[in-house]
Design a protein around this ligand. Structure first.
Ligand code: URA
Length: 233
């Protein structure tokens, strides 16, 4: 049996140190009773909750969400509508969190899971899970932009992006493929090229392609094939 702090850290949502702080702060309950002992070893089927929200004792869950604009990619942000608010009641308290983030105004593919180790693997910079975005800009994209993205754009703060790919779709729209995930990366790349983003949507995350049949705000469990694909990443 694992210690309580280890059980929390295994969700991938907190480090061992953060877990210990939560526990000592009286925010963690085991089978409904507050437990302040990080070394306590709950039974494998114990219901563990942080701030009243179950960390998930059932099997792991994997959902594909078509994130709409206006919703934040976190599980709890006061005053904001979060991606969890879009899910049904059954999915509210099972420890789901988004594997990666999209800006509030960005739409498209977000993987929600309570499988911390898998999320860590997919987000690890060493693995370079490709992300593809559909982007519209204010301005006209051209061959020069394509070459610049292929060479690696230098951002305003001096950060040198890894080479990516830009596939021009129309004068003002493209698919852009990134092999890294820096904060506001597409927006900052396009700003550096002098063509600010007016619309952004993620259409691919590693082997997962956005199910275009999902309406904005719609979600569904991953299919068997999709699960196989993300586990073989
Ligand atoms: N790049 C951005 O600028 N925003 C996102 O939400 C994702 C990638």
């Amino acid at each position: 049996m694992d210690r309580l702090d280890k059980r929390l850290a295994a969700t991938g949502r907190w480090s061992r140190k953060e877990a210990r702080e939560l526990i000592r702060g009286g925010r963690v309950s085991v089978d409904g009773a507050v437990c302040r002992a990080p070394e306590h070893k709950p039974a494998p089927d114990a219901a563990i909750a942080v701030d009243g929200a179950d960390i998930g004792s059932g099997g792991p869950v994997y959902l594909m969400l078509n994130k709409p604009a206006g919703v934040v990619s976190s599980t709890d942000e006061p005053g904001e509508r979060t991606v969890l608010d879009l899910l049904g009641e059954d999915y509210q308290n099972i420890g789901l969190f988004p594997a990666g983030r999209l800006d509030k105004d960005t739409e498209g593919l977000l993987l929600l899971t309570n499988d911390g180790p898998l999320a860590h693997r997919l987000l690890s910079p060493r693995r370079h899970v490709d992300k593809v975005y559909y982007v519209e800009v204010d301005g006209t994209l051209d061959e020069g932009d394509r070459s610049a993205v292929r060479a690696g754009v230098a951002l305003g703060d001096g950060y040198q992006c890894l080479p990516g790919e830009l596939e021009l779709l129309s004068p003002g729209s493209a698919h852009i493929t990134l092999h890294e995930g820096k904060y506001h990366q597409v927006k900052r790349m396009m700003a550096a090229l002098g063509k600010p983003v007016t619309y952004l949507k993620r259409v691919r995350f590693g082997p997962l392609a956005l199910d275009e049949g999902l309406p904005k705000g719609g979600w569904r469990p991953l299919t068997g094939q999709e699960l196989e694909a993300i586990f073989s990443q």
